[in-house]
Design a protein around this ligand. Structure first.
Ligand SMILES: [Fe+2]
Length: 182
């Protein structure tokens, strides 16, 4: 079982994320956007929708970091990302990172419009991630304290795949990251 590297400080986290502009295949399938642009768009969308929830913004920023830390294990990327940031950014951000994968399966199961709107790449990875949830799994997901925020992150995730969209750069997130890590 592959395990991730634990990120010790904000500099290390930013260094990992800064390499994400070279990863386009991590999102898998037909989504032609690099992981850095995607992550920055996701954080920006969440800041726009929920301006006061900085942890949610940062969850969006780091939600796919597992792809970078453990390349080739798309299946486990939510868990790897959560493990990597839990100590540094806290349980809530880590839970959001982990839950963004089952959140997709939850929305596919419960919201036909969401399923319809999934990008080509996201539909492809859905099968690998286990497809729709069983009724018991749906109830278990809903019972998690961060379920609602995780669904927000997931919808932002899908909206954050616009090639060439201009959003604030990685460095603009440093103060918020440092404050939370502090
Ligand atoms: Fe994503």
């Amino acid at each position: 079982v592959p395990t991730t590297r634990i990120l010790d400080d904000v500099d290390e986290l930013l260094a990992v994320l800064s390499t994400a502009d070279r990863h386009t295949d991590s999102i898998v399938g037909g989504d032609v956007i690099d992981v850095l642009s995607h992550s920055l768009q996701c954080a920006a969308v969440l800041r726009q929708h929920c301006p006061m929830d900085v942890e949610l913004h940062l969850g969006g920023l780091v939600h796919d970091i597992g792809h970078l830390l453990v390349p080739g294990d798309a299946d486990g990327h939510g868990r790897h990302g959560a493990d990597a940031v839990r100590e540094l950014l806290g349980d809530r951000v880590a839970d959001l990172v982990e839950l963004h994968v089952p959140a997709k399966r939850y929305l596919v199961t419960t919201d036909p419009a969401y399923r319809e709107s999934l990008s080509r790449g996201s539909t492809h990875t859905l099968a690998l991630q286990g497809g729709p949830l069983s009724p018991g799994e749906v109830r278990a997901f809903e019972a998690h304290p961060q379920a609602e925020a995780a669904l927000r992150l997931r919808r932002a995730d899908e909206a954050a795949k616009v090639p060439g969209r201009s959003v604030p750069g990685l460095g603009t997130w440093r103060p918020a990251l440092q404050l939370l890590a502090g």
